[in-house]
Write a protein that binds this ligand. Structure first.
Ligand code: IMP
Ligand code: MG
Length: 186
């Protein structure tokens, strides 16, 4: 039977996410002030949570952000079923195609091989947004490098290259409701 071992506690997560929300808001406000000073119009902020893993992180992050924003979730998956290694990004259906001129913040649970966020960054950048940023809660250290190197503006915790669950992250659909980030020991 699988067991779990807490790696990052709910208290550590809460402190990190609220600090990140404040930082993101500060940067977005500064960006907006610069645009207004140039005589440019107010641009909306579009937050794009990558479901299902980013569900919990995004729910907490938006409550630490005090800028006007709308939410456009996308659903992507690279660990179908019980796999614990990336199988490549599947089902990139119905990605937004109208981000031109918008200020976009992609929110994901974890940066692993880089395929998911690499794909989103390329697809969204091609639409000409006013700005494009990525926020991840977790960043897996990859001693042998990522499949795709992706610039990430906001990153919560660096973790070793182990399979983790909780705080939205799953294994075979389970464990998302655990309040801490835990290592899964199969
Ligand atoms: P990437 O495309 O390999 O970077 O994988 C990113 C996606 O795979 C994340 O958004 C997660 O949903 C999932 N993922 C990667 N590592 C883990 C893990 O350790 N536990 C649970 N899901 C993971
Ligand atoms: Mg994901």
């Amino acid at each position: 039977m699988a067991t779990t071992k807490v790696l990052i506690s709910r208290e550590q997560i809460a402190a990190c996410v609220s600090a990140m929300g404040e930082r993101v808001s500060r940067d977005l406000r500064a960006e907006q002030a610069a645009a207004v000073a140039r005589g440019e119009p107010l641009q909306p902020v579009t937050l794009v949570p990558v479901l299902t893993g980013a569900l919990v992180f995004a729910a907490d992050l938006i409550r630490s952000m005090d800028v006007p924003l709308s939410i456009r979730p996308v659903t992507l998956s690279s660990y179908p079923g019980a796999s614990t290694t990336s199988q490549g990004v599947t089902s990139p259906h119905s990605l937004p195609g109208d981000l031109k001129g918008q200020r976009v913040l992609i929110v994901d649970d974890i940066l692993d091989s880089g395929q998911t966020l690499g794909l989103l960054r390329r697809v969204f950048a091609a639409q000409g947004p006013a700005s494009l940023r990525i926020a991840v809660l977790l960043n897996k250290r990859k001693p042998r490098g990522r499949t795709e190197e992706v610039p990430v503006e906001y990153s919560g915790f660096d973790i070793d290259d182990r399979f983790v669950v909780g705080y939205g992250l799953d294994h075979d659909g389970l464990y998302r409701n655990l309040p801490d980030v835990s290592e899964l020991i199969l």
